[in-house]
Design a protein around this ligand. Sequence first.
Ligand code: ZN
Length: 529
Amino acid sequence: MYDILIKNALIIDGTGAAPFEADLAVQKQKIASVGVLKNADASLVIDARGNALAPGFIDMHSHADFSLPTLPTADSLVHQGITTVVVGQCGLSPAPLMEESRQEVTGAISSFFGDVAKSLPWREWSSFGDFAAFLARQGCSLNIAALVGHGVIRAGVMGFGEGRANADQMARMQQELIAAMQQGAIGLSTGLIYPPGSFTSTEELIELTRVVGARNGFYFSHIRDEGDGLLEAVAEAIRIGRETGAAVQISHFKAAARPNWEKSTQALELIQQAREDGLDVTADMYPYRAGSTILVAMLPQWAHVGGPEQTLKRLADPDQRRKMTADMQTGGFARGIGWEDVLITESPSHTRYEGRYVSQLAADAGKMPYDWVFDALLETRLDITMAMFGMSEENRRREIVFPTMMIGTDGLGLAPGGPLAAGVPHPRSYGTFARVLGRYVRELKILKLEEAIHKMTGMPAKKLRLADRGLIKAGLAADLVIFDPQSVSDPATYENPHQYATGISHVLVNGRPVIQDAAHTGARPGLLL
Ligand SMILES: [Zn+2]
């Protein structure tokens, strides 16, 4: 008598091999048996005829660590088949927090995640270990692998100033990182377009990341430039891996803004070359043309020096505004992006901006777009996020078939009702994995189903060295997804994002149903990996 028996499924085992029909039995937390299990019986029998059965999806780029304390059921993620998230990304993690800088650091993080971050019970933790223990006490519906954010460590030790770390500061940062890794973190993430990551030299990053390499850890990077300087930024990440021994993941790979679209192929070639040189360098992406981040990230780097209060002062100064405009037109994050391509997604204090493009908002206000942006940043005290349609669909199709490209949502665990239903966030939090299967596999036919599943399961598990996950094989953890390849899709749109993926009927995490008959069971069987 098994706990769960899944019958007549088309098994896609995560290795990239062709699908085959079989039954699968689950006992306790593990896959007990795969094959023809005619006479087997179980407490729960699921007839999966006509459906695919795959290992649970691994989201290589998630910010769910900021939503899990509020919504441990991570509904928008598990509904798309995700059973493991890699969090602590882009230099941002809820921990470790240092007492002397706690206020400043949590304030800066809040501007990234708006109301989601403001409602966090920040007082519940200081160290990474505290945060991990908090998640374990609370329970959550999916498994978590966690990085430590470089920005959080550096701001904690050095604030939001420029300048190089001195020997004491470097020692302190290394100690914080080592402590977090001893408490379960798998490595370091950087966000090199955001302060203080943007103020950090390559040499300083190498010095810090050495302690990660020495512990066989990972270096995940939101690289320094995804536009004009894409190739240099990819090369920097590879160099950090080469000099420290850390395994490198290039996060949410993209070539942003039309003048840089041609760089996508060359950037992928750099990754390929590094692999041929023997380095563990891979990447992930989400299957959309738009990226999304805080609006203030569009300002030139110098405008961020000293932290948010200094940025606000500069935004109120006409001379500084003129200088920002000139710099944004000639370089940096915003070059080559039209204001008709920038959609305001969340603005808790001015919800009337949400779901509208900067070009429209500026026209309605009778302002030049740059002035509208500066004014909106002032009005909202920088608490405003956007989606930017800066990528080429043709590139997206080339990038997703790149042999070591994996999938990451770059999203949060949200739900259409309750505290995390605000705004019109980027649809990736709801749709990413279903969109790969529906659009890129079924409709565009540029990936075979088993190839796409491999990118979502076996490939990331191997990268993360999760020996007991990512494949369908007896003895491995029973993280499983049942979906209909003919109907799986992502109804979430930019206009109406709060809609769950469809066509995914069952999701098991460590042998327990989290999604059953397309509904969340409320179960929280997730583990910290
Ligand atoms: Zn990022």
